[in-house]
Design a protein around this ligand. Structure first.
Ligand SMILES: Cc1cc2nc3c(=O)[nH]c(=O)nc-3n(C[C@H](O)[C@H](O)[C@H](O)COP(=O)(O)O)c2cc1C
Ligand code: SF4
Length: 421
């Protein structure tokens, strides 16, 4: 495997994250200095050219998102723009943002200030998963340190640009990681999603144009500004430039987080980085992208981990979570815990998902009780999840179909023979 570039994790583990001096000594805040001397449109252009795609799951172009936010006109008379960093990290199997927040908090804060300047945001919020106490403390400390050095607050580095950033701890709901629900939560409302469109770039926090980016996405911005879009585009694949942090858990010898160039194969990640399958067992499957992800079989080991190559094969990269299952693990067991998870996390606002997640769980339980699935049971499960995906109000109700469909497509035989332990 070729040596991977280090972008998001270039400092984590090498510097003291509690000391801004260490970050500055590692070229920290140089990109911000450079950015503040550039016209905002040039930053948006550079980010668009770099091809950076969101690392929160959906993989949308970061530059385009900034373009839409900076060009959006306000619907209300009084107009201001917001920037929000999504640090909710609720997807099962995902723990990458935490490493950045706790290992190198200034990196993503620097990226956030540059992004805010690019879209003209005056106020920022970082929405951090409530259980991540250490991430909350480290981020708050880093914000204070940055403000004390004139890198945040009024008239940043004498540029005339001002930005205030505040930390908002989340309340523990998976759905609050969804961008529009997250905005409701910051506004102090119950975590119910809003209907899209309008998108946050048009009408976001308090009705104003809002840029929302994930922690890992923001952590790429300083390197792009310092080294240029052409440098960045040379890393990774054509349609998914850059690196990605993969979090590998389950039946591997060395579970953990690994930054690799986009396009790395699943085999390289599991066998070269995560030490292979535990106890010399054989690989059976991997769940890519967490609960809202897809099961992939052995034939995927040579597939490149990039947005486009997985999409071509009806799989998803999502947040970069890879949950590995050895030969003796049951797909049915895993599917059951995924469906229980969605039933628990459904907010109940719309009927198809409120009753649908429950029905899916019950249908699967019946299959498990029988010990094996009849073909017709599996088809019913699939059909119900497809109807739910088409009729639910928000992406949570559209998620269970992914794991069900991929399990049935790749493991129908096993599901029909399952004698669940
Ligand atoms: C149910 C649900 C949960 C989500 N949870 C997260 C999360 O914890 N963190 C995150 O960054 N994005 C999460 N997302 C994706 C966000 O809605 C959004 O796409 C992302 O914050 C955009 O940032 P990016 O463009 O930098 O990826 C979630 C989406 C859904 C549908
Ligand atoms: S799809 Fe599920 S989570 Fe989304 S609004 Fe409907 S009930 Fe709530």
């Amino acid at each position: 495997m070729t040596q991977a570039h280090r972008i998001s994790l270039k400092n984590a583990g090498n510097i003291n994250p509690a000391k801004i001096e260490d970050y500055i000594a590692a070229d920290g805040y140089q990109a911000l200095k450079k950015a503040l001397q550039m016209p905002a449109e040039k930053i948006v252009y550079e980010l668009t050219q770099s091809g950076l795609r969101g690392r929160g799951g959906a993989g949308f172009s970061t530059g385009l998102k900034k373009k839409f936010t900076s060009e959006a006109s306000c619907v209300l008379l009084e107009c201001m723009r917001y920037i929000v960093c999504n640090a909710d990290e609720g997807e099962p199997g995902t723990f990458k943002d935490r490493i950045i927040m706790e290992g190198d908090p200034h990196l993503y804060i620097e990226g956030m200030i540059i992004a805010a300047y690019a879209v003209g945001a005056e106020k920022g919020y970082i929405y951090i998963r409530g259980e991540y106490r250490q991430s909350i403390d480290m981020t708050r400390k880093a914000l204070e340190q940055a403000a004390a050095r004139g890198l945040l607050g009024d008239n940043i580095l004498g540029s005339g640009y001002s930005l205030d950033i505040e930390v908002k701890p989340g309340g523990g709901s998976y759905l609050c990681g969804e961008e529009l629900t997250l905005l409701e939560s910051i506004e102090g409302n119950r975590g119910y999603p809003r209907i899209k469109p309008p998108f946050p770039a048009q009408k976001g926090l308090f009705g104003m144009p809002t840029l929302i980016n994930n922690v890992e996405t923001l952590s790429h911005i300083p390197a792009i500004i310092l080294n240029g879009a052409d440098w960045y585009k040379r890393i990774g694949t054509d349609q998914s430039p850059g690196t990605k942090i993969f979090t590998i858990s389950g039946d591997v010898s060395h579970p953990g987080y690994f930054e690799a160039d986009m396009g790395v194969t699943l085999k390289e990640l599991i066998y070269d980085l995560a030490g292979g399958i535990k106890d010399r067992k054989k690989f059976k499957a991997a769940l890519l992208g967490g609960a809202a992800g897809t099961f992939v079989p052995e034939s995927f080991l040579d597939v490149n981990m990039a947005f486009e190559s997985l999409q071509e094969k009806d799989a998803v990269l999502g947040s970069g979570a890879i949950i590995v299952m050895a030969e003796d693990k049951s797909i049915l067991d895993m599917l059951q815990s995924i469906l229980r998870f969605f039933e628990h996390e459904s907010c109940g606002k719309c009927v198809p998902c409120r009753t649908g997640t429950r029905q899916l769980r019950i249908l699967l339980e019946k299959i498990v009780t029988n010990g094996r699935a009849k073909s017709s049971n599996l088809d019913a499960l699939l059909q119900q999840s497809e109807i739910m995906a088409k009729t639910s109000l928000c992406p949570l109700g559209q998620s269970p179909v992914l794991s069900i469909k991929s399990a049935v497509r790749h493991f129908r035989e096993e599901l029909q023979q399952s004698k669940n332990s």
